[in-house]
Design a protein. Structure first.
Length: 875
C-alpha cells in the first residue's frame, strides 16, 4: 500500500488547465524516477472528465489489479493517491457560492482565488477534503494561471478605449471631464438618457458608467443609406434627396389625386377600405383636389420638376399618409380564442383568387376580336378614311392630345400615322398602353380577375388601381352581324341565362360568349367604369375604361349596361347603388324620367287603393265572422234545394219561436193597447206652430243576417220590413240623434225623403217639415225624442200630404206618388205587418215620381210639401 505524502503533485503529463489530475503523495519507489519530487501545482479546472473521475482513479490506484488496466502514465499512477475532486468542488462551491458562474455554468474559479490575489489553496479548503491530512507547509506561490477574460473584463476594456484617460475614474463627472479633454464637447442629456445613465452609475462597479452614451445612441437607428447614395457632391446629394414621384397635373386650378404607375396599391392611402363604398369618398375628402398623372409614361426629369412644385400642404399630406402606414400588430395570445371581425390593412389585402374559388365554366377565352360569317365581308368594305389630329406640342411636364384632340373626339386612337406628337407626349394612345401592359403579362399588368359574386353570377375585380379614364381591358369576342346575333339568340342561346352581346357599331355585335374577361363585368346603376368604342388603325375596338373617380384595388368593375329591354320582362338589378333604377334597363333622359316617375306614381296610387280595398274587405269578413257567434255553421250553397228547404224550415221555426216568445207577446199586447190607426190624437208637437224645419235622423244598425238571406229572395219586401223594424228598433234602443237643419229647398227635402225609403237598410232619415200655412203634421214631439225612457209605443197616424214636384210632365207626375202614398197610408193604419207593403209602395212611388224629371225650383213651381214616416209617442 502506498503511503501518502504531504506533498501534492500534478501529473507531468499535463500542461493545460484541462489536465487536472492531482496526485497526492506520489510514491517515489514506483515512480521509476527515484528521488525526483513532482511539481506541485493546484488543479486548474474541474471541467475535466478525468478530474471528475479522479475519485475512481483513486480507488483504482489503491487496487493494483485495476491499475494494470488504467491508461494513465505509469509515472503518475504508481502508488499515488489523487484528490477527490468532486469533494473539492463541493467545498469550493460552499466557499464561494456567492460568486458568479462562467459561461459554462460552473463557477470558473480555480483553487487560486483571484480575490485573494492568487493565494494558494488555504487550510480551510484543504480541510474540506476527506483526505484526513493537514498541510504543514505551504508551497511557494505558483505563477498566475492564464485564463480567458470574462465578459465584464471585455466590456471594461471596450469602455477604456472610448474614454481613454478617464479609465479608472468612476462616475459620470469623470467621464464628462474625459470627454471634454478629448474635445468631444458638452452633450445635453435627454431625460431617457439621464435615467439610463443613473442606473448605470449605481454602485462603485457600474460596468458601463464610463461608456459614452450620446443622444444618437438612444435615437432610432438612422435609415439605411440607399445603395446608390454615394454622394459625390452637394448637387448630387440634393438631387437624390428629392423623392421621385410621378408628376402632378393641374386641372382647373385644382390638384387632383396622385396616380403612380407601379405597385399593387399605387395611389391608395392607408386607412382606405376598398371593400367599402365610402372608402373612395373618404379618401377624396382627405385629399381634396389632388391631381396626378394618367398613368401613361412621362420622363423622370418631368417628375422631378413637378415634384418641385409640390406645395407644403401636399408634402404634409404625403408625410401624414406615410406615418399612417403602420405594421399590423402581432396577435396577442388571449385573442387567439376569440373570433372577431377585423379589417386587414389595405396594403396587406391582396385580391387574389384562392384555391377552390369557383371559376366560370363554358368560357372560351378569346383575347382578340374574330370576324365571323358575313361580318367579315361587310367589315372589309366599310373601311373609313383616317383622320389626323392637329394638337400642339404640350408644355414640359404635360401631355398633349387631351380633351380637345380631334382624334379623341372622333373616337380615334392616335398613332404615328394620325398624330404628330411623339408617343410619350400623347395621351390618346390607350390601346397601345394596353398592348404594352399585356406584353409584360404579369398579374399586375393584366390587373383584373374573375370572381364569383353573391347574387349576380361572376364578376370582375381589379387587382390594382386605375386612374380616371385609364384603359383597363378590351372587350373582345366574335364579331357578328345583327342577323347572326338574332339567329344565335333564337337557336343557340335559348337556354342561357346570360348573354354576352355588346353592340360594337351599327350592324355589328361582339359576342363575348367566346371572349375576354370583360364579358363578366356586371351592371351597376352607379358604375366605376365605362365602355367605349375606339378606332385603332381604322378598326373599331371596344374597351373598358376607369370612370371619373378611378378604380381602387379590390373594387368590382361595373358599367351601366343601358339595356334595351325588348321583351316585357325586366331583370331585377342587384347593384346595390343608392340610386339604383331597380332593373337592368335603359338610361333615360330627363323627360323620359319625368314620364316614368308619373307612371310609377300612378301605379303606386292604384296599388295603394287596391291594398286598402283588400284590407277593408278582409276586415268586413272578419267582423262578420265574429258577429255570427257560436251558432255559425259556415256558408251553404243556396242553389241546393235540400239546403233551401232546410233553411226555410229553420226560418219558420225561428219565426214561430219569436212569435211565441215573451217579448213577442209583450209587443203584441202593446200593439193591441194602442188606439186604432187614424184615430190617434194629435201629438203635442202638432199643436205647436213652428216655422223652422226640423229634421230628425236615426242611425240604423245593419240588417240582420236573416234579413240579408230574405233579401236575396224578395228585395223590396226586405227593405220594407227593414224599415219598419228599424224604426221600432231605433226608438226602443234609444240610439238616435236629431239635428237642427237650416232652411233648404224643398227639392232637397224630396231627395231626403226618397233616400229614407230607398236606403232603408243603411240609414233611416225621417224628416219633419212644418210650414205655417199648411196642414198640421205628425211629428215626434221634441220631448219624446229627448226622453231617455220612452213610453210604450203606439201606432200613430201617418199623414201624408200631397206631394207635388216640379217636373216637366206637370202635375200628372206628382199625382202618381200621391196615390201610392194614400195606399201606404191606409195600409199602415191597419196593421204593422201590412205597413211593410205600404212602405214598399211608397218607395216605389217616390222612385217613379222622380224618374225622368229634372228637378228645378222656382216661384211658380209646385213644392214638395211634406214627407213624414214616423212613429211618435202616444199621448
Ligand atoms: C354580361 S353578363 C355579366 C356576367 C355574369 N354575371 C356571369 O356570371 O356570366 C350579364 C348578366 O349578369 C347578370 N347581372 C349583371 N349585373 C347585374 C346586376 N346589377 N343585377 C343583377 N344581375 C346582374 C344578369 O343576369 C345579366 O344578364
Amino acid at each position: 500500500m502506498a503511503t501518502l505524502s504531504s506533498n501534492m503533485t500534478r501529473s507531468s503529463s499535463t500542461d493545460s488547465s484541462a489536465l487536472s489530475n492531482i496526485l497526492v503523495g506520489a510514491a517515489v519507489e514506483d515512480d521509476g524516477v527515484s528521488g525526483r519530487m513532482p511539481l506541485s501545482t493546484p488543479p486548474t479546472s474541474v471541467n475535466d472528465n478525468d478530474s471528475i473521475d479522479s475519485a475512481k482513479s483513486h480507488v483504482h490506484a489503491l487496487n493494483p489489479v485495476e491499475e494494470e488496466t488504467s491508461r494513465r502514465p505509469k509515472r503518475a499512477r504508481t502508488g499515488l493517491s489523487t484528490y477527490n475532486v468532486k469533494s473539492l468542488l463541493d467545498a469550493q462551491e460552499q466557499a464561494g457560492s456567492s460568486r458568479s458562474r462562467n459561461a459554462s455554468g460552473l463557477t470558473g474559479r480555480t483553487l487560486v482565488d483571484e480575490e485573494d490575489d492568487g493565494a494558494f489553496l488555504g487550510k480551510k479548503d484543504v480541510d474540506s477534503t476527506p483526505m484526513g491530512w493537514e498541510p504543514t507547509e505551504l508551497p511557494p506561490r505558483p505563477a498566475k494561471v492564464q485564463r480567458r477574460p470574462s465578459v465584464k473584463d471585455r466590456v471594461k476594456k471596450a469602455a477604456s478605449k472610448v474614454v481613454g484617460s478617464v479609465l479608472g475614474k468612476r462616475g459620470r463627472d469623470a467621464m464628462e471631464a474625459g470627454k471634454r479633454k478629448l474635445g468631444m464637447g458638452e452633450v445635453e442629456e435627454s431625460p431617457k438618457q439621464s435615467k439610463i445613465l443613473k442606473e448605470l452609475d449605481m454602485g462603485p462597479k457600474g460596468v458601463l458608467d464610463e461608456l459614452d452614451l450620446s443622444d444618437d445612441e438612444f435615437a432610432m437607428p438612422p435609415p439605411r443609406p440607399a445603395k446608390r447614395a454615394k454622394i459625390e457632391d452637394d448637387d448630387t446629394a440634393m438631387k437624390l434627396s428629392k423623392p421621385t414621384a410621378p408628376p402632378l397635373k393641374i386641372y382647373d386650378g385644382k390638384r387632383m389625386k396622385k396616380w403612380q404607375r407601379e405597385g399593387l396599391y399605387v395611389g391608395q392611402n392607408a386607412g382606405m377600405d376598398p371593400t367599402k363604398k365610402g372608402g373612395r369618398k373618404k379618401l377624396q375628402k382627405q385629399r381634396p383636389g389632388t391631381a396626378g398623372s394618367d398613368g401613361t409614361g412621362t420622363s423622370e426629369a418631368n417628375e422631378t420638376q413637378v415634384d418641385d412644385s409640390k406645395t407644403d400642404d401636399t408634402k404634409q399630406t404625403d408625410s401624414k399618409a406615410e406615418s399612417e402606414r403602420t405594421f399590423m400588430t402581432l396577435p396577442m395570445f388571449n385573442y387567439l380564442d376569440k373570433t372577431r371581425d377585423f379589417t386587414i390593412p389595405f396594403d396587406i389585402y391582396a385580391p387574389t383568387l384562392r384555391k377552390g374559388d369557383e371559376k366560370p365554366k363554358d368560357w372560351t377565352k378569346v383575347n382578340k376580336n374574330r370576324l365571323v360569317g358575313e361580318a367579315k365581308e361587310i367589315w372589309e368594305r366599310e373601311k373609313l378614311p383616317n383622320s389626323v389630329c392637329v394638337c400642339a406640342s404640350p408644355a414640359a411636364g404635360e401631355q398633349g392630345c387631351e380633351e380637345d384632340c380631334l382624334n379623341r373626339i372622333m373616337q380615334y386612337e392616335c398613332t404615328d400615322d394620325n398624330c404628330r406628337l411623339p408617343a410619350e407626349a400623347c395621351s390618346n394612345r390607350a390601346f397601345s398602353e394596353l398592348a404594352a401592359r399585356m406584353k409584360k403579362g404579369g398579374s399586375f399588368d393584366v390587373g383584373v380577375e374573375v370572381i364569383k359574386t353573391s347574387n349576380r353570377g361572376f364578376g370582375v375585380r381589379s387587382c390594382r388601381t386605375y386612374s380616371p379614364g385609364q384603359i383597363i381591358m378590351e372587350y373582345t369576342g366574335e364579331i357578328v352581324t345583327e342577323g347572326e346575333c338574332q339567329r344565335r339568340m333564337r337557336e343557340e342561346y335559348t337556354d342561357k341565362q346570360c348573354y354576352y352581346l355588346m353592340e360594337l357599331e351599327r350592324g355589328f355585335i361582339i359576342d363575348g360568349t367566346k371572349g375576354s374577361r370583360a364579358r363578366f363585368i356586371n351592371h351597376s346603376c352607379s358604375p366605376n367604369c365605362e365602355v367605349r368604342m375606339v378606332r385603332v388603325d381604322n378598326t373599331p375596338r371596344m374597351a373598358v375604361f376607369a370612370g371619373e373617380n378611378g378604380v381602387m384595388t379590390g373594387e368590382e368593375l361595373t358599367y351601366d349596361y343601358n339595356f334595351d329591354n325588348f321583351g316585357a320582362s325586366k331583370q331585377v338589378c342587384h347593384c346595390g347603388a343608392a340610386d339604383c333604377r331597380g332593373f337592368l334597363s335603359k338610361r333615360l333622359n330627363a323627360n323620359e324620367r319625368k314620364k316614368m316617375a308619373k307612371e310609377e306614381n300612378e301605379r303606386k296610387r292604384k296599388a295603394a287603393e287596391e291594398a286598402q280595398k283588400n284590407a277593408e274587405s278582409e276586415a268586413r269578413k272578419k267582423r262578420a265572422q265574429t258577429d255570427r257567434g257560436a251558432n255559425w255553421r259556415g256558408w251553404v250553397a243556396v242553389d241546393d234545394p235540400e239546403t233551401k228547404e232546410r233553411l226555410k224550415a229553420e226560418k219558420k221555426e225561428r219565426e214561430e219561436n219569436e212569435k211565441n216568445s215573451t217579448r213577442a207577446k209583450r209587443l203584441a199586447a202593446r200593439r193591441q193597447s194602442l188606439p186604432a190607426a187614424g184615430t190617434a190624437e194629435k201629438p203635442a208637437v202638432l199643436k205647436k206652430k213652428n216655422s223652422s224645419r226640423r229634421k230628425t235622423t236615426h242611425l240604423e244598425p245593419k240588417p240582420t243576417e236573416e234579413e240579408a238571406i230574405t233579401g236575396a229572395e224578395d228585395t223590396s219586401l226586405t227593405k220594407s220590413t227593414s224599415l219598419t223594424n228599424t224604426e221600432t228598433r231605433t226608438i226602443s234602443n234609444g240610439s238616435k240623434f236629431h239635428e237642427e237643419l237650416d232652411d233648404r229647398p224643398s227639392t232637397a227635402l224630396a231627395h231626403t225623403s226618397i233616400s229614407t225609403i230607398v236606403r232603408k237598410t243603411e240609414v233611416s232619415i225621417s224628416t219633419t217639415e212644418t210650414q205655417e200655412d199648411e196642414a198640421p203634421l205628425i211629428d215626434l214631439a221634441p220631448s219624446a225624442i229627448e226622453t231617455e225612457q220612452l213610453a210604450p209605443l203606439k201606432p200613430v197616424n201617418t199623414t201624408m200630404t200631397e206631394i207635388s214636384r216640379p217636373t216637366s210632365q206637370g202635375t200628372e207626375a206628382s199625382a202618381a206618388p200621391s196615390k201610392h202614398v194614400e195606399a201606404a197610408k191606409s195600409g199602415l193604419s191597419r196593421t204593422a205587418s201590412k205597413g211593410k207593403e205600404a212602405l214598399k209602395s211608397v218607395g216605389e212611388a217616390f222612385k217613379n215620381s222622380f224618374r225622368g224629371g229634372s228637378v228645378s225650383s222656382g216661384s211658380g213651381a209646385p213644392k214638395l210639401k211634406q214627407s213624414t214616416l214616423s212613429f211618435g209617442k202616444a199621448n
